[in-house]
Write a protein of this length. Structure first.
Length: 713
């Protein structure tokens, strides 16, 4: 930035005077209009979809929950030429209307190559920034607030405006600010649609006019837009600050929608999902099929190799730098630590065209400084070495995307704090050993998340790569844009599909990995359960609803006759409720359409009286639920269970030959042996002497923690 601004206040060229007099107002107006309307549209769509998916239950909700994030896998410049191809005279829509419906249409109604079309493209492919941030906030912080507002008589529509909108404002503004940064960074959409904006003006001044001074001045004005946006975000976020009165947040119990409401919610979500992902992806797959001879070309292999090389190398450098800086900031008490985090985060807010200007000036200056070294040490006659190499592009990538990697790594360090590091140092390890043996393993999830996010952004990056790539060096992104710009739409689809496919694959891997390691989804869910015994008018269970995460232990406490055992029996399928829903691990056990039998649910249960079969030995009791296993596997599993509950050597005994505590552990081993999805324990301490309660309780908790089984008792 210093290099860029040092030429800003010098004498202006003729090109700059022409731009300032005739073109600058148009650049400014178009940029302001695009940014304003895109921010508003993405905020409305993203927040409304997050509200629907988080708070309400309706058809296709589970699909939309993740599907509405997928448009981020499609770069906006690819989306722009895809929709143009769909809507042109020879596109599939007009062709169908002419040939199949015999309808002649006015071309102006299908023309998308204008400013409103640019806003549409940005909106439909960038709204997931707002949707993702807002949905995360709503799912974590608003469950009890929504229920409280409903109890006080507010309908969902009213509480949205009175409670949710004010609280979620920070999340919405944060997501919208990311959208604005993406819009200001874009070159492909406005260039392809022919809408004059600052990014296209910088390219034109530099490459068409050869006027670096004019490009620098345009970059400076664009930076004013960027800093104005960031300052506006701080003002909007900071005008009113709210914080929760408690950190204990419950899982959201969603509100079922009525028939017509279900149709509207599903239709709205599916419509946006179709526009942002299904329709463009389908069209690209069709075009790729038409150009299928290019799928096996050496050119495509080289494009993939170049793309993977620059993405992997840059991502690795970014993560190394991010880990070093974030770890230093975590352990240091210096006042400079805040400046460190601010400095590494600045690059993402600067448009790629502006970074390119500064990086080229820097590397050309370095080349001039190092010319004697090139000549005397390496015997090179060239004066431009670094500025014509891949190193310049890698350097720019690191500058631009360091913030993404740093934010992920810093978040990982913030979660673990300093206590594990300090404990390791107290146990004799030095700081280096602690870093590699303690700190790094504990932030592996943040590292993987940072790698995926940085890698995907680099796959899609266009302005930096177009300007800074070495001669005859292409990536999937640049080749797709070049083909589209030359109206070779079918050929452009092939590299575009590979960008999308790699992005989707990485997103899928990240989601699966996080779902296994995070364990923060609702694993067991009971919602609206009513139950009464046959012949009785009294409801034993009245609208029982709760959820729990996988691997946790939940204790249901209440006086005698309050329905504790009945709740477990309903969960196990031994009793059938009157209404409600039960699901475990995403599988429905009971609903309006489903009622699985006890033997179909895959649960384990320790009954109040243990219910050990008196005619079977301990081994055969444990083996009773292992019918589908082979004999050798059964024997191995029984030995594992006896070791787990510390009953080795007692396998040949009968239940009556055991103490009460030993009988309980046999019942527990029998329930755990088939590896159930969920363990139910009905008053496990009621048959024990008072002096054994604490001892057996501690032993039981240790066993359950070791087994890692989700338990309700």
């Amino acid at each position: 930035m210093v290099i860029v601004y040092q030429l800003l206040f010098g004498g202006g060229s003729e090109n700059w005077e022409h731009i300032k007099e005739y073109m600058l107002n148009k650049y400014m107006l178009n940029t302001v209009l695009i940014v304003t309307f895109t921010a508003l549209a993405t905020a409305i769509i993203g927040m409304s979809l997050a509200w629907l998916v988080t708070v309400f239950e309706f058809p296709f909700r589970n699909i939309l929950k993740w599907g509405l994030m997928l448009p981020l896998a499609i770069p906006v410049y690819i989306g722009s030429y895809t929709y143009h191809g769909l809507l042109t005279y020879t596109g599939v829509i007009q062709t169908f209307l002419r040939n199949e419906m015999n309808i002649s249409v006015n071309q102006k109604f299908f023309n998308i190559m204008h400013l409103p079309g640019v806003v549409f493209i940005f909106t439909i492919f960038l709204y997931p920034y707002v949707y993702t941030v807002t949905r995360s906030f709503l799912s974590r912080h608003t469950s009890s607030l929504i229920e409280s507002a409903r109890v006080l008589g507010h309908r969902p529509a009213k509480l949205f405006f009175t409670v949710i909108a004010p609280l979620a404002r920070g999340a919405v503004v944060g997501g919208a600010s990311l959208v604005v940064m993406e819009v200001l960074n874009d070159y492909g959409v406005v260039k392809y649609y022919g809408v004059p904006a600052f990014s296209t003006a910088i390219f034109k001044a530099w490459f068409s006019m050869g006027d670096l001074s004019a490009a620098i001045r345009l970059s400076a004005i664009l930076m004013v837009f960027v800093f104005t946006t960031l300052a506006g975000e701080k003002i909007v976020r900071g005008r009113r600050k709210y914080s929760m009165t408690t950190t204990k947040q419950r899982s959201m119990v969603r509100i079922p929608l009525k028939d017509w409401q279900k149709i509207l919610a599903s239709g709205y979500g599916l419509f946006i999902f179709m526009l942002g992902f299904i329709i463009p992806l389908t069209q690209l797959v069709h075009w790729s099929y038409l150009s299928r001879d290019r799928l096996f070309s050496t050119e495509l292999v080289e494009l993939i190799r170049n793309t993977l090389f620059v993405s992997i190398v840059s991502t690795a450098i970014i993560l190394v730098v991010a880990v070093i800086v974030a770890n230093h900031n975590r352990l240091s008490t210096s006042r400079l630590t805040r400046l460190h985090s601010g400095a590494v985060s600045l690059g993402y807010s600067i448009p790629g065209a502006v970074i390119s200007v500064g990086v080229i000036i820097l590397f050309v200056g370095l080349d001039r400084f190092l010319t004697p070294v090139y000549r005397d040490w390496f015997h090179l006659n060239k004066t431009l070495v670094l500025s014509t190499s891949i190193a310049m592009l890698l350097f720019a990538y690191v500058l631009r995307f360091l913030a993404i990697g740093y934010n992920n790594v810093d978040s990982g360090f913030n979660k673990i704090g300093r206590k594990y590091h300090e404990a390791s140092r107290m146990l004799g390890m030095n700081s280096v050993e602690t870093f590699f043996k303690v700190d790094l393993p504990m932030i592996h999830s943040a590292l993987i998340g940072g790698f995926v996010m940085v890698f995907i952004d680099m796959l899609k990056e266009l302005p930096l790569t177009l300007i800074l790539r070495p001669f005859n060096f292409d990536t999937l992104a640049t080749k797709a844009f070049e083909y589209a710009n030359d109206e070779m739409i079918h050929e452009a689809a092939v590299p575009s599909i590979f960008i999308i496919f790699i992005s989707l694959l990485l997103i899928f891997i990240l989601q699966r990995y996080q779902s296994r390691t995070r364990g923060k989804v609702v694993y067991l869910k009971m919602n609206g359960i009513d139950f009464k015994y046959r012949g009785s008018d009294e409801l034993i269970l009245n609208q029982v609803a709760f959820g729990m995460e996988q691997g946790h232990i939940l204790a249901i406490v209440g006086e005698s006759g309050s329905g504790k055992s009945t709740t477990l029996r309903v969960l196990a399928g031994l009793e059938t409720p009157l209404s409600g829903e039960i699901s475990v691990g995403g599988k429905d056990f009971y609903s309006g359409k489903t009622n699985l039998l006890p033997e179909e649910r895959g649960l384990g249960m320790v009954f109040q009286d243990y219910a050990l079969f008196p005619h079977l030995t301990v081994e055969k009791n444990i083996m009773f639920g292992l019918e589908k296993m082979r004999r050798q596997a059964k024997k191995k599993r029984v030995d594992e269970m006896l070791a787990l509950v510390d009953l080795k050597g007692l396998g040949k005994r009968y239940p009556h030959e055991l103490s009460g505590g030993q009988q309980q552990r046999v019942a527990l081993a029998r329930a755990l042996a088939p590896e159930p999805k969920l363990l139910l324990m009905d008053e496990p301490f009621s048959n024990l002497d008072a002096h054994l309660h604490d001892k057996i309780r501690d032993e039981l908790e240790s066993i359950l923690r070791t087994a890692g089984i989700t338990t309700v008792l």
